[in-house]
Design a protein around this ligand. Structure first.
Ligand SMILES: [Ca+2]
Length: 324
């Protein structure tokens, strides 16, 4: 970034440069190439010989408007012209190019970095709506968001419905029949086959990190159970229900491994003579739930504990936080 234009030159070169300083328009890079030549070939006798500041009669150089690149600062206080590219620019001072702060990742931007000549701009992306505002052509997909606009709290969201109402989901990576599911176990007062809903993505509020457990957009379900007159064919997330007295045979699993989040919320038991509980493990990224009663269940805590979780409209939220 720093370039001394000329240091020690034989007399003929100094004259050339002085001429350039006076007739700048024609100067170009000629003195620069002379400089390189001198340093390799004239090593022995060049020392102090033709230095303009040496008091050997040569006039000191003076910064002229075109001495340096337009994006550089000229300094002639030493008697020699020194050109230094300004902040946001890089080069030898005679020619300065833009620094791409985004590509070099020196922007500290909590969002979308856009390189600009001599600087950059940053659009903080805390929500998918922020992404859409910055990138009007953005389609549904994975985008990095920053909780509270903090560059240290980045996470990858799946932005859904970007053509309509941008909505944030957390993509789960622990997928399988026994991972990230809710189950209403058939039997007792609930005839039918086990209802199990497996989740691939969770609806998450990027501002509060609460999961709306009732959003089943990215889930699939099997089974059918009769809960009184209601046929249940799917369940909210993190809900374990059973309807066999004295047994907590309802099941559910939360597994956030592979995401930056852990479960910070608690769980409650509801129903008639409810049983069950929640066991956290793996730095609170994994929670195994059991629930039962006649009927009874375990769900994320709400006030009061959800009373009709089989309907899929619990209104409950599962609180997440960044894993330690
Ligand atoms: Ca730039």
């Amino acid at each position: 970034m720093h370039t001394k234009r000329l240091v020690s030159l034989p007399l003929f070169a100094t004259v050339l440069v002085t001429t350039c300083s006076l007739a700048i328009a024609a100067c170009g890079s000629e003195p620069e190439s002379m400089d390189g030549e001198t340093e390799t070939s004239g090593d022995g006798d060049g020392d102090g010989d033709g230095d303009p500041g040496d008091g050997d009669g040569d006039p000191a150089e003076t910064c002229m408007p075109d001495s340096c690149d337009v994006n550089a600062t000229c300094d002639d206080s030493s008697g020699m012209i020194e050109c230094t590219c300004n902040e946001g620019w890089e080069g030898d001072g005679l020619a300065c190019g833009d620094v791409d702060e985004c590509a070099e990742q020196i922007d500290d931007c909590a969002g979308i970095c856009t390189n600009e000549e001599g600087g950059f701009s940053c659009t903080t992306t805390e929500t998918c709506a922020d992404v859409l505002a910055a990138l009007p052509d953005a389609t549904d997909g994975e985008y990095e968001l920053f909780h509270k606009g903090d560059s240290a709290l980045g996470w990858v969201a799946y932005c859904h419905d970007m053509a309509g109402t941008p909505t944030e989901y957390l993509t789960l990576t622990s997928l399988g029949p026994d991972l990230n599911f809710s189950q209403y176990t058939a039997g007792g007062g609930a005839p039918g086959t086990d209802v199990r809903t497996n989740y691939e993505r969770l609806r998450i509020d990027p501002l509060t990190l609460e999961v709306d457990i009732d959003d089943q957009t990215f889930s699939n379900s099997v089974g059918s159970v009769m809960h009184g007159d209601l046929e249940v064919t799917s369940l909210s997330y993190a809900v374990a229900i059973g309807c066999e007295s004295d047994v907590d045979n309802g099941l559910a699993n939360i597994d956030l491994q592979g995401t930056p989040f852990a479960v910070t919320g608690e769980f409650c038991q509801g129903g008639f003579q409810p049983l069950g509980g929640a066991t956290k493990s793996m730095n609170d990224q994994v929670v195994d739930l059991t629930g039962g009663g006649f009927c009874g269940w375990t769900t994320p805590t709400a006030d009061p504990c959800p009373g009709e979780p089989q309907t899929g409209t619990t209104g409950a939220r599962l609180q997440l936080g960044f894993a330690p």
